[in-house]
Design a protein around this ligand. Structure first.
Ligand SMILES: O=C(O)CCC(=O)C(=O)O
Ligand SMILES: [Fe+2]
Length: 613
């Protein structure tokens, strides 16, 4: 039966972000019934020919998004098509998208609202006369060198080979990456320094150092919610006390051959389910599987029996204490080869670039990775693509591994970078109970090294997943994941490139991460990268990866900045240098470089193209 073409009411808002950049938000209300009915194009130039058109089809599968190299940009407009309707939103004559800019597209099935977000700079600030070209070119080299240094300092060591030297592959990748992401870094640094820290406004809603842990915390007025969380955290404290590190704890290295769990090939059927439409069933994914303790340590059991009201089944602690609830699996799983080396490198690179300008607290920098539009704005479209694919694959792995018949939703994702903590180790490793709530329901700063229960901090978390993007050795020491079980056993999982760790988020999985340290002979700063993901069975607490689409069209990437094109202006570069200098000074503190070391590094690096070896 023929349907009327969907209607498309829309409005356009421009927001000044300070400096030369403005944000354009196009909100389209449509009665299209599915995201797949909508297409979004960014059109460049005045003529509408196929070569002028960079299609960014809003589809369920980001990989299917086609790209054509856009021509030189004169003007541009956004075209939205749904069914038989077409909406053309011309952007102001004097505006153009930043080179390499990310245009975010978000479709909400619930509200049928399509949001297109783009950052714009006035055309006048990006054109330059040919007189500028020469100075532009040498300044660009300087900025490149600085950007590369920043990259290295920020953790580019992730890409070193085990011998401590950079691999040819990673060098090629880094060079491309730095070139492609220079403008992102520039924007990030500018945003970061404008107000000390990036504001919400400058980051498409991305909250820099908020670890995502508070988003589900009850408000001060929500007495019951606060009380429930306090009870949860009381148990977390009891668990931490009952398994306190120190005397007599035994370490079991789960991922080592000696005394560990034997890895086995993942069955073909499971592999096909986990990889989904990504195919590639030829990859050598291996699984280790073992169990979490089925009962709490006696001291905790006592505390539960006397202090915890029965209705506190919210935390769904040990399943055998709550027989009326579905049994939660006690399984712990490690999947090796879950992500490819390339995916891990890209995710690391995304983290490195997107973390420019973000706060580092006790050596940890965390970046919300579940808001793809924000991630794209910070790390570039490729960042969003790779993280999106990894989250979707992880969701499938959770379903397969835990034979979970219910729908599993993504509740949160963080890209994390752990570097050595300053001073004498601070609060690290002592088990302070990460992210505790105060009376108002406010969480303390999360402490990456404290023993904690994920569900005691965010009640809606049901499954936890950590994908390791780099490994100890060349890059860092320490940074082990430790399950702190009753019975005096510590079960240790070592990070490895592409290794995924899965466990249920409840109290049977008290865990912590040991401090990241720098090797004595290390030539580069230590940094441990991971993508942590949490899944929930509550629809209203998570994002349905099957329904909601949050795709950044690759279409908006454009030609790399060239001196001849006059894309970068000397005045802007001077600003950038100053900003980078400030950033370096900040990095100095967090990475523990002293002034001499830094001065040496700076003098060496001023005009070179390559980072230090
Ligand atoms: O990075 C890791 O290995 C685990 C991090 C973690 O436990 C968390 O973020 O909740
Ligand atoms: Fe955790």
């Amino acid at each position: 039966m023929a349907r009327d073409p969907p209607s498309m009411a829309h409005d356009v808002a421009y927001r000044d972000l300070g400096g030369p950049t403005a944000r354009c938000v196009i909100t389209v209300h449509t009665d299209a019934s599915a995201a797949s009915e909508c297409e979004v194009f960014v059109e460049r130039g005045s003529a509408r020919t196929s070569s002028d058109r960079s299609p960014g089809t809003l589809s369920k599968d980001p990989a299917s998004t086609a790209t054509t190299a856009p021509p030189r940009v004169e003007s541009w407009r956004v075209v939205v098509r749904a069914g038989g309707s077409e909406l053309v939103v011309p952007l102001p004559e004097d505006a153009r998208g930043d080179d390499d800019d990310a245009v975010g597209v978000r479709w909400s099935k619930k509200t049928k609202v399509l949001t297109v977000t783009a950052a714009l700079t006035p055309a006048s600030s990006s054109t330059s006369t040919s007189d500028d070209a020469a100075s532009s070119s040498s300044s660009e080299a300087r900025v490149r060198a600085r950007a590369e240094m920043m990259w290295t300092r920020a953790g580019g060591v992730a890409l070193l080979s085990s011998r401590g030297s950079e691999t040819a592959e990673s060098r090629a990748w880094r060079e491309t990456y730095v070139r492609e992401r220079l403008s992102d870094a520039r924007r990030n640094v500018a945003a970061a320094l404008r107000g000390g820290a990036p504001s919400d406004d400058a980051t498409l809603g991305y909250k820099p150092a908020a670890r995502g842990r508070k988003k589900d915390a009850p408000r001060a007025g929500d007495k019951e919610g606060v009380a429930a969380l306090r009870r949860a955290q009381a148990v977390q404290r009891a668990l931490v006390a009952a398994t306190a590190a120190g005397t007599g704890r035994r370490r079991r290295q789960i991922t080592e051959t000696d005394g560990g769990v034997e890895p086995r090939a993942v069955a073909k059927d499971d592999l096909a389910k986990i990889m989904g439409r990504e195919g590639d069933a030829s990859r050598g994914m291996k699984r280790r599987e073992w169990t979490a303790p089925s009962a709490p340590p006696p001291a905790v059991a006592d505390a539960l029996a006397t202090r915890v009201p029965p209705r506190w089944s919210d935390l769904r602690l040990y399943p055998d204490q709550h027989p009326h609830l579905p049994r939660r699996p006690l399984k712990r799983v490690v999947l090796d080869g879950f992500a490819s080396d390339g995916e891990c490198r890209n995710a690391c690179g995304a983290a490195i670039v997107a973390m420019e300008g973000l706060d580092v607290v006790d050596g940890e920098c965390a970046l919300a990775a579940d808001d793809l539009a924000a991630l794209a704005a910070w790390g570039g479209p490729r960042a969003a693509d790779v993280v999106d694919a990894l989250c979707r694959r992880t969701r499938r792995a959770v379903e397969v591994e835990f034979a979970e018949p219910r729908s599993v939703y993504l509740a949160g994702a963080l890209l994390t970078r752990l570097t050595p903590r300053g001073g004498s180790g601070g609060r690290g490793g002592g088990g302070g109970g990460g992210g505790e709530l105060d009376a108002e329901g406010d969480a303390d700063a999360y402490d990456a090294n404290a023993a904690h229960v994920d569900k005691a901090n965010i009640a809606s978390y049901d499954y936890s997943a950590v994908l390791y993007l780099n490994a100890p050795g060349a890059c860092f020491d320490g940074g082990e994941f430790v399950f702190r079980d009753g019975g005096d056993v510590d079960e240790v999982v070592l990070p490895a490139v592409g290794r995924l760790l899965l466990f249920a988020s409840g109290a049977e999985n008290l865990h912590q991460v040991t401090a990241v340290t720098r090797r004595k002979d290390a030539r580069a700063p230590a940094a441990r990268f991971a993508l942590a993901m949490w899944f929930t069975l509550s629809l209203d607490k998570g994002r349905d990866l099957d329904v909601e689409v949050n795709v950044v069209p690759a279409a908006v990437s454009s030609a790399p900045a060239t001196a001849g094109g006059g894309v970068l202006r000397a005045t802007e570069l001077t600003d950038l240098e100053r900003m980078l200098e400030e950033k370096i000074a900040k990095a100095k503190d967090s990475l523990g470089f002293d002034d001499d070391e830094l001065a040496k590094l700076l003098s060496k690096l001023e005009f070179v193209e390559a980072p230090p070896r």
